[in-house]
Design a protein around this ligand. Structure first.
Ligand code: ZN
Length: 244
């Protein structure tokens, strides 16, 4: 069984489509799970929502999703993110806004809890380290947790004594799901921030107990071109090219 995990799509339809096409090359995809931030930053919010809605029933809310829906405010956003969020809100249909607003903060699927940030603070908290991840262990019941939000592909693994290990996930890394508790972050489809500009995603195979990280190149320039046409902030346009 193959579950495609796509996080932080961030309104980048070109990257999203490249990921869907690439994932099929690794075998039939049975389900698609999304740990949040479908929109924000990129030029294609409505297209990304409608594509995801058609192919996935398992999606949680990210901070950008709820902010664009007016459910939380953007006072914690940096100026470029807040400006992009304002632009995004204006593009959404009432149906899009309703869809984003109704996304849950957490979903349990089999042995996985899916959240955007952390189980403790699902919409806002970043998990950059095992120490930060440890603080959320008591806030989910399943063995494993899928997170995103940092845009960096990584796993935090905890043994039975509670010792934590960080494992960076690169293109082709196969993670065996044998830790006592674990967090997996598949990185970002639409705005990677680990100095690799290629779209990042994962394929989870719960029956074989593996999670494989993949990267795929996409036409970044065409996305940057659309962002320029829409007057989105220059900082957000340039960062796509460097993956930071
Ligand atoms: Zn994000």
């Amino acid at each position: 069984m193959n579950i495609l995990v796509v996080a932080d799509i961030h309104a980048n339809l070109t990257a999203f489509e490249a990921v869907l096409a690439d994932a099929e090359k690794h075998g039939k995809i049975d389900e698609i799970w999304c740990p949040g931030d479908i929109i924000g930053y990129g030029p294609d919010p409505c297209e990304c929502i409608s594509l995801l809605k058609n192919i996935s029933k398992v999606c949680v809310a990210g901070n950008h999703d709820w902010a664009a829906a007016g459910k939380i405010d953007t006072s914690d956003f940096n100026p470029a993110a807040a400006a992009a969020n304002k632009w995004t809100s204006r593009q959404l249909s009432p149906e899009d806004t309703g869809f984003l607003s109704n996304l849950p903060q957490a979903i349990e699927q089999a042995d996985f809890t899916i959240v955007h940030g952390s189980p403790r603070e699902p919409v806002w908290e970043y998990l950059f380290s095992t120490e930060e991840a440890r603080g959320s262990l008591a806030f989910f019941k399943t063995r494993s947790c899928l997170v995103s939000h940092t845009h960096q592909p990584v796993a935090f693994l905890f043994d039975e004594s509670g010792n934590g290990t960080t494992r960076l996930l690169e293109d082709g890394t196969v993670l065996t799901l044998d830790a006592n508790r674990m967090y997996i972050n598949p990185g970002s489809v639409g705005q990677p921030r680990d100095r690799d500009p290629r779209a990042s995603y994962g394929i989870l195979d719960p029956l074989n107990g593996t999670f494989t990280l993949h990267r795929v190149a996409y036409d970044i320039q065409s996305v940057q071109e659309r962002m320029r046409e829409h007057g989105l902030p220059a900082l957000l346009i340039s960062r796509l090219g460097v993956g930071m």
